[in-house]
Design a protein around this ligand. Structure first.
Ligand SMILES: [Zn+2]
Length: 280
């Protein structure tokens, strides 16, 4: 890291798979590069276990993530937190198995209900939901929006943020309004894999220099993320664990001290209620 910066560096969205992937090795890489905090999102259930035809599968996926987070916290100068939920593409896996979109919606909402218990009872910091990033038919699109709205209700009840996986784009004001209607401030909805510009939710910008430059100049709240997937079958499919610390250094070298503070201190505090400086 630069000699002058000794503040927190948070990766807002990555995955860890100690059993099949690099696991704690990846956390050590992140820490050596200057990273201090991370939000670890559970892998899609079908990548770790089977298609969840009963709720026990969600529980085992969440427990795996919580365990990985505890191990990561031991390595980090700061700490890690779990973000738990249901990947929106599960709906296609389920309908591919013969479930109707309505039945798939119920299974996915049940998974979110379990995730919300982990938030209410302690270890998890927030929820993960969304809708498919690819073309789907109207029934699946409708059921997916209903699942996402259910996540907003749970976020409002539990008082936690909801990370979203969605299609690309910049105008998500409708989605933000759905959250607000259910009592969850749009600012507590976080669009993962965002570009530099976004209307509605809070953006979590993939650590790409061009998009980061845009986000830094707009001076709205934002996060930085890699979406590191820790999948040995897809090395290099996404950014590696050192990327957020390196991009932070690059921001500092380019005079964006304010953006660094926004991404690693102020936005984490306002969206999740976490204090990345006190936990350093
Ligand atoms: Zn992800």
């Amino acid at each position: 890291m630069t000699d002058t910066y000794d503040g927190p560096i948070l990766d807002n969205h990555l995955h860890l798979d100690p059993e099949h992937g690099r696991g704690i090795d990846a956390v050590e890489d992140f820490a050596r590069a200057g990273g201090t905090h991370m939000l670890v999102v559970n892998k899609p259930s079908w990548m770790i276990a089977e298609i969840p035809e009963d709720e026990a599968i969600f529980e085992s996926v969440f427990e795996t993530t919580i365990e990985a987070v505890q191990q990561a916290s031991d390595v980090l100068d700061g700490r890690a937190w779990p973000i738990l939920g249901v990947h929106p593409a599960l709906i296609s896996k389920l309908t591919g198995r013969g479930y109707t979109p309505e039945q798939a919606r119920e299974i996915m909402q049940a998974g979110l209900d379990i995730a919300a218990e982990y938030v209410a009872d302690g270890p998890a910091l927030g929820l993960k939901s969304g809708r498919p990033h690819y073309e789907v038919g109207d029934p699946v699109w409708g059921a997916s929006n209903a699942v996402m709205q259910h996540a907003f209700e749970l976020g409002a009840e539990t008082g936690c943020a909801v990370q979203l996986h969605t299609e690309g784009g910049e105008d998500f004001t409708q989605v933000g309004a759905w959250a607000e209607e259910r009592g969850l401030p749009a600012t507590q909805v976080v669009k993962h894999y965002s570009e530099g510009r976004l209307d509605g939710p809070t953006k979590s910008v993939l650590a790409d220099k061009d998009e980061l430059e845009i986000a830094a100049e707009i001076a709205e709240p934002f996060f930085l993320e890699t979406d590191f997937i820790d999948d040995p079958d897809r090395p290099g499919a996404v950014l590696g664990p050192k990327t957020v610390p390196r991009r932070t250094e690059w921001l500092l070298e380019n005079g964006h001290e304010d953006a660094v503070r926004t991404a690693h201190v102020e936005t984490p505090a306002s969206v999740y209620g976490i204090d990345t400086e006190a936990t350093l």
